[in-house]
Structure formats: structure tokens, C-alpha cells
Design a protein around this ligand. Sequence first.
Ligand code: GLU
Length: 400
Amino acid sequence: MSGGFLSRRALALAPSSTLAMGARAKQLQAEGRSVISFSVGEPGFPTPSHICEAAKCAIDSGRHGYTPTGGTPDLREAVAKSLSQKIGAPYKASQTIVSPGGKYSIYLTLLALLNPGDEVIIPAPYWVSYPEMVRLADGIPVFVESREEDGFAVSPEAVEKAITPKTKLVILNSPTNPSGQVTPPAVIEALGRLMEKRELWCLSDEIYDCLVFGGAIHRSIASVSDYCLDRTVVVNGCSKTYSMTGWRIGWIGANAAMAKAVDSIQSQTCSAPAFASQAAALAALTGPQDSVAIMAARFDQRRVLLHRLLNAIPGVSMAMPSGAFYALPNVSRLFGREFGGRRANTSLEFCEIALEKAHVAMVSGEGFGAPDHIRISYAASEKDIEEGCGRLAGLVGGMD
Ligand code: GLU
């Protein structure tokens, strides 16, 4: 079928390359192939047991209907408390909306903020879904390049140059997917002052805020000034902090009018998140937090291991990440070479060859605005990191 019946929106949309590669790796594993997956960013740890127990109790309680559209009152209270502690400013429950995943929180925020033609500044490299969601919401993504030698921290001067009368919003994501870098607090401060000076909104995706390493400091732009607090929509959730990707719980913290608008759109598009997942999220936020530090420590070890092993491969160079569980190695020196009879001229081609010849799944850099790089999620076991890097070393070492 031609697909000509589809909307312009659907035709223009690129499917998520992270989820596509994750699904491909899982499919190959299900077929019995020994694939090492460095693709989708999802912690492999089981969700802590006290969180699972809370969900089981919720199911057994017989409460199986809709919850209030923006989340249960107790969960919104807990989210407000968490935001207040992290940002150092008082959030009320009415300033929070709980949604089925941080990704949907981002999309709802864009729908609530953007008019057709509004420009949205997105520092590159960026997470694959930001530009597509901006376009779905009729906005125009405007990319501002950050440099590898600056640790991929976007320069406030470059952001200022990209501002036009149509600019409405800046999307920030620190710790950053895909580079794994944490934006320095001084840069956040300067971006906040710029936001205030040019009267912009900010969507600050802070989903990886509990995963910072080696002395890096996470600072939310919402903490820079009262203006920034009012005009920043902070996005966070359970997925990465508590290893709860499949539970689909995310949230926003915003000014009350913004939260109300997001709630209305959610009420018309998905009603509410699942009750059992909300009960689990409540247990995650209000229960013991020791699992968070334990998981973070494991990611920290894996980052060091990956950095050592990948940098030992000729033609591959990887900066040490300081947050999240991603690395963005530069593989451009491999372009133009042949591996097992196939030439890799692009990141996409290199990833295809790595999957086919070495059975290592990674996401190519093009979809992240980083065509010289590959995105590696090291939310994989130490054993898999060693095996995967060994296979890549074999592939690259055996290049023709
Ligand atoms: N954010 C994660 C990633 O980049 C999860 C998958 C997705 O939604 O993109 O791999």
C-alpha cells in the first residue's frame, strides 16, 4: 500500500530510532542470536521489590477504575515534595501532573505551549524524540550545535544567536541523552539569565538527574530565578531513577496555569495513568531510596569500564561521560573503511555492520544530530560491556 491515505503528520514522522534498534536487538535475541544490546536506554535492574509490592497491593485493593486525570492526590503531593527538594523552591501538588511516562509529559507540554510556527531551540546532539515531538505539535525545531571539545555543553552565546521573534521555548536535557554529559551549573545559570532577558520558556528534561558521576553537579534551570521557576516546565519520572521504564510514570512541575492546561490535554487524550503504576510510583518516591545510590554506583563503574575498553579500539574515541548511562563515541575515523567486506561511510552503516557482523546493537548518531558518533547505552551488565567491546575490537581490528 502506498500510504497516501496517511496524514502529513504521519508521513513526515521518523519512527524512534532508539526504540526501533531496541526492538530489533530483542527480536534477534528471541530468535536465539547472541546479540549484545547497547541500544535502548533502559536500566536492566529489576524494579525494587517494595515498589512492586505496592503495585500488587493496589491491584488487590480492587481499585481498578480511572484516577483523577492528573494523578492521584497523594502521588501529586509526593511529586511536589520531590520537586521542591530538588529545585529548592516550593511546588504545590496543583503544579504537578502525572502522565504515562516522561515522554508523554514532554509531548503534552509542547502541545500546551506551542502555536503553529513557534520556534523551539534544541541543543544538538539531542534525544531523537524532541524534534519529532516539536513537529507533531506544529512547532519548528531550531538546532544549536554544541562542540565535542566543550563536553557537548551548549554555549549560551550560540543559543542567543539562534533566537528570533518566533522563538518560544528552549529544550534542555541535563544529564544529557545522548552525550552522557552534565551541563555545568555556570552554563545553566547563564542560560537561565538569557531565558529571562529574552522572555523564553524552557522545557527542562531532568529524567537522569539522579545519575551524575565523578563530582559533576546537576542544576535545574528552574532554580536560577523566580522568572525561570515560573517559565520552566521540569520533566522527571520513575523510569531511570527506579528502573521502572515499563511502568510508564512521568510528571511535570510547572506554574499552575501550565499544569492545568497539560491536565486538560491529558484528560482528552489518555484520561490518566494506570492506578497500579501510580501506586508503585508513590512507593518509589516515599519509600527507601538506597536502591537509587546502589544503581547509580553500578552505572558509574560501567562508564569507567566502557571508556577504557572503547578508547582502546583504534579509530574510536570516547569522552568520559559524567551522567545518565549514555556515551557518544566518535567513530568518524572509521568511515570509508571496510569491515568484513562491507564499507561503512556513515554512522548508520557502521551500526548496521556492527549488528550484522559482530551482533552488537547500537544506535547510529544521525537521529541524535551527531552523524560522526554512535550512541551507546551502557545500561548493560559489565559482562555484556566486556563482551560487546571485545566484539567491536575484533570487528574494527579485522578491518580490511
Ligand atoms: N530515552 C531512552 C533512549 O533514548 C529510551 C527509549 C526512548 O524512548 O527513546 O534510549
